[in-house]
Structure formats: C-alpha cells, structure tokens
Design a protein around this ligand. Structure first.
Ligand code: ADP
Length: 531
C-alpha cells in the first residue's frame, strides 16, 4: 500500500518534470538571494547555455551590467509582496540581449526554505518588432509631417482617419475638424462646374471597390472658407489580405515608406501577388494631393509665352520671306536699286530675329539659374563710364548726350551683367527720347547695405498704368514700339531678371511728356549667400 503511494508520487513527479521540460517557456526556481536552484532546458537555451552552466549561479550573472541593480530591487520586492511580474533582460552567449516576460511567485513551505517559482516567455522577437514598428511609425509620421503634399486617409465610410499638416493647411481646416468627418461631403462635394458631386461617383470612394489606385488631375477640393483650388491626387486603397492590412503599393510610389513596414518587420511575408490583392478587400483609402494652382498659372504663362514668341518670330520671318520671294521671283531683275532695298529689309529682319532669339535664350538662362553671377566690388563710376562708351555710337547718331554722376558709390555686383542692364536702359532712353536731349546716370547710397542706380531721360515718358507692365515679357507701351524702335520687348524683363538675381529691385517713374527714370538697387556689401 505504501509502495503504491510512493509510486504514484514518483509518477506525478515525473509528469511534472516532463511538463516543465516540455514547456516552451522558461521555468525556474531561485532562492531569495537570486541563486538559481533549477531551470528547464529550454530556459537555459534561451540564453544559449545548458542547465549545468546556470544552475547554482545568481541569475544576475546572466544579466547585462546595467540591468543588475534592477535585480536586487526585484529580490526585495518579491520577498515583500510574494509575487512580481515584469520584464527580465538576459545576456545570450552570442552577445545579444533576450527579453523575458515573467511572472514569479514566492513559495513558502514548512519542509524547506522559501524559494521563488518563476515562469517566463522569451519575447525578444516581439520587442524587436515593436521597436522597429515604433521607429517606422516615427519615421512615417515625420514623413507625413514634412511632405509638402496633402495626405489623408479615410475608412470604408469615407470618414477621415488620418491627416497630415500640409493637408489641413491647404484645406484651411484644423486637423481635429477633419478627423472623424466625411471627407467627400467636406471637401469634394461639388465639381468645378458647380454641379453636385455624388459620393458614389467619386473616384476616391470607388477605389474601395475597384481596389485600384487612381490618379486624377482635373478636379477641385473645397476649403473651409468656401473657396476651392485645383488639385491633382492619387487615391490608393489599403487592402486587407490574409497577411493582414496592406495598402496597395506600386513600386514607383514613394510614399510606400509610410506603409511598407509590414514587409520590413517580417521578411517572411511574401510580396502580395496580383491574385492575392484581388482576394483581399479594401479597408480604407489613402489620398495624396497637390494644389495645382501655381502649376496651372505657370502652364498658362508658358502657353502665352510660346504663342507670343511665335507671333513675334512670324512677323520678321514673313517680311523676310516676302523680300526674298521678290528677289528670287525675278520680277526685280531689272531694278538693282529695288533688289538692294529688299536685301536691306531681309537683313534687318534677320538681325531682329537673331536679337529676339538671343534675348529669349538669355532670359531662359537667367530664369533657370544657368547664368551664374561673378560678384565683385565695383565702382559705379567705372560701370557708368564703360556703359557710356558702349552706347556712345547710338547716342551720337541720335544726337543725345550721356552724362553721369556716381558720387563715389561702390556696389557688389557682377560688372558684365550690370553693364548689360545699363546698356539696355540707356538704349531704351535713347530710343524713346527726342534729339538733343540728355540721358543722365546717377548713383546714390540708400544705406549701409544698398545703393540705388538711376537712368533718367528727357523722352516721351511712360503712362502711369504701364509703369509695372513694361517689365513683363513682350509688353510695350505701344504695341508697335518694338517694331518701330527695333526692340524685342524682352529688354526690361532681362534687366529685371538680372537685378533680381543680385537681390535688388527695379522700377520706373515717369512724367509723360517730360521723361522717365529707371531705378534699380544693388547691394553694397558682399553677401555670403549672394553671388
Ligand atoms: P523693347 O525691346 O521693346 O524696348 P523693353 O522691355 O526694353 O522692350 O521695353 C518695353 C517697353 O517699355 C518699350 O517697348 C517701351 O514701350 C517702354 N519703354 C522702355 N523704356 C522706355 C523709356 N526710357 N521711355 C519710354 N518708354 C520706355
């Protein structure tokens, strides 16, 4: 009978051992000083050791240095409260740190000294994944915060679940005024032509059922204040597959970084195939949009520029063609004087075409930043003198005198470029002034940082309403000015581009009938970020 009871006890003990040994957790006992009394094989393997390596040693010997003081806290706590749970950091023989989530209990027994029974699970992989996830979320948040594009996400009901600062700023809503609201009825309710935009026709909403990314470039979004702006947007469904939530990512879409962390965290997840994508279902849409107002204005300007240029080129080309046609047609063969006249017209128009094309190229070079400035300190006196010499022949043939007074001003500038501005302004002054008048150049210091250059004539003057527009490309006071005066209509645009490149300003003042003055400013000190 007694043997039977002993056998049962042995069997029960064996079962218990099997249970502990077979456990995928860490099962241990230790005394109140932290010395390990027993540990299952899996527990020892967690840190790359055998049971014999660790049993009999203080658990703290297997902890990273900086964690050891924690262990003493833990010992006093468990002695006091009888039970502690938390995270234990252990050093693996390979140098890595394993994180074990534990729940330990103090066992008080009559038969032996009190000891602690501990159960733990190695959660290092989860901790690593969580750390990575946190880092990626931080990264994606900072991307979301810093991108210039507006980005928002909606759920299946079209309710805003996430919005970045750029989106709320462009839409004029605070983020909290967008979150939790139906985005279609808030910002996308009416089309550009003023007709209502039913939500079931909205491409953003439709991506939820099509599971396809859409790119739309001709719609408008509405701001909080009731105004609208043209947008271009990409709406991308977030698709839930058997592997979990996964937005549909096309490799070329850069903002994939926001959402592609699933692949990063778990490299075992295979990329989603087309079939799998279609097996999944959308759980939301991410919309990235840009305000295209500026781009549209630029496109319009470009179109206008191209159309004006084509007209400007066509006029001299037509007259050139006509002159050459008359000569080659033979009808003037007997009139050499007339042929000579035609050739002069052809040559004049060719010159005009060359000037026009050169000016267009010049303007493009400055606008695109290809024309670098080579800044240096130069005296206004020297600049005026060189400009006067350059323009002397034109001035003399128009019987106009060039005078200057530089007042000892020095400027920080690229002399060649400023000479170009001065010659342009002097050339205009000569063109639009009667004979026997004067073109006067003057410099004056505005303050320690800036000087003003003035080019004053006694010409026909400029009407007040044209004082600004003459700096635009091809804009003249009189539409025939460029033709009759041989200009291209680009001279002042080039001047403005050059002065702006020097961080200066240019403007005109005038008293019609009495004369005009063109003013521009230049820095007087080298600016480290200027030239
Ligand atoms: P253009 O090649 O036609 O001279 P600009 O851009 O240099 O082109 O000048 C634009 C227009 O501004 C001129 O066609 C003329 O109508 C007006 N303008 C410029 N300078 C003067 C001036 N000094 N006096 C009167 N009108 C001027």
């Amino acid at each position: 009978m007694q043997r039977g009871a002993e056998e049962t006890l042995r069997e029960s003990e064996a079962r218990y051992r099997q249970l502990v040994e077979g456990s995928l957790g860490m099962v241990c006992t230790h005394d109140l000083q932290g010395k390990l009394l027993s540990l299952n094989t899996h527990g020892a393997q967690t840190i790359g050791r055998t049971r014999e390596d660790v049993v009999g040693h203080r658990l703290s010997e297997f902890m990273p240095e900086d964690q050891r003081p924690e262990f003493d806290n833990y010992l006093s706590q468990i002695a006091l409260s009888g039970e502690v749970q938390g995270l234990l950091h252990l050093s693996h023989v390979d140098g890595s740190v394993r994180v074990v989530a534990f729940r330990n209990k103090l066992i008080q027994s009559q038969a032996c000294d009190p000891y602690v029974l501990g159960f733990g699970i190695d959660i290092s992989e989860q901790v690593r994944a969580e750390d990575k996830l946190r880092a990626l979320i931080r990264q994606s948040n900072s991307v979301l915060e810093s991108v210039g594009d507006g980005i928002y996400g909606i759920d299946l009901d079209g309710i805003c679940t996430v919005v970045n600062p750029a989106a709320s700023q462009m839409l004029g809503f605070k983020p909290e005024e967008l979150l939790g609201r139906n985005m279609h009825s808030l910002i996308h309710h009416t089309r550009a032509d003023g007709s209502p935009y039913p939500e079931n026709e909205c491409p953003i909403k439709n991506t939820l059922s099509d599971l396809d990314t859409v790119r739309v470039s001709n719609e408008i979004f509405w701001r909080k204040d009731g105004t609208s702006f043209p947008v271009e947007y990409v709406a991308r469904p977030q698709i839930e597959t058997e592997h979990g939530l996964r937005p549909r990512i096309e490799p070329r879409i850069q903002s994939g970084i926001l959402f592609d962390f699933e692949q990063d965290i778990n490299p075992n997840i295979p990329p989603v195939s087309e079939d799998a994508k279609h097996a999944g279902k959308a759980v939301g849409v991410v919309v990235a949009f840009t305000d295209t107002t500026e781009r549209r204005a630029l496109d319009r300007m470009k179109d206008e520029f191209i159309s004006t240029v084509s007209h400007e080129l066509r006029t001299p080309l037509t007259s050139l063609r006509a002159a050459l046609g008359l000569i080659t047609g033979g009808s003037l063969d007997a009139r050499p004087q007339k042929i000579r006249q035609m050739l002069e017209i052809a040559a004049g128009n060719t010159d005009r075409l060359v000037r026009l094309v050169n000016d267009i190229i010049e303007l493009e070079r400055i606008d695109s930043g290809k024309a670098e400035l080579h800044g240096t300190m130069c005296s206004a006196d020297d600049l005026f003198r060189r400009a006067a010499i350059l323009m002397q022949a034109d001035a003399a043939s128009a019987h106009i005198r060039i005078t200057f007074n530089s007042q000892g001003v020095n400027v920080w500038a690229d002399p060649d470029r400023i000479l170009q501005v001065l010659s342009n302004l002097i050339s205009n002054a000569i063109k639009f002034s009667p004979t026997h008048t004067e073109v006067h150049l003057r410099a004056r210091r505005i303050d320690a940082n800036e000087a003003e250059i003035l080019v004053r004539d006694q010409g026909r003057g400029i009407p007040e309403d044209k004082l600004d527009s003459i700096f635009e490309r091809f804009l003249q006071v009189d539409a025939s000015d460029s033709r009759t005066m041989g200009g291209t209509g680009l001279g002042l645009s080039i001047c403005r581009a050059i002065v702006t490149q020097h961080r200066g300003r240019i403007w005109a003042t005038s008293t019609p009938g009495t004369g005009s003055t063109f003013h521009f400013t230049l820095p007087t000190l080298p600016a480290s970020n200027l030239l």
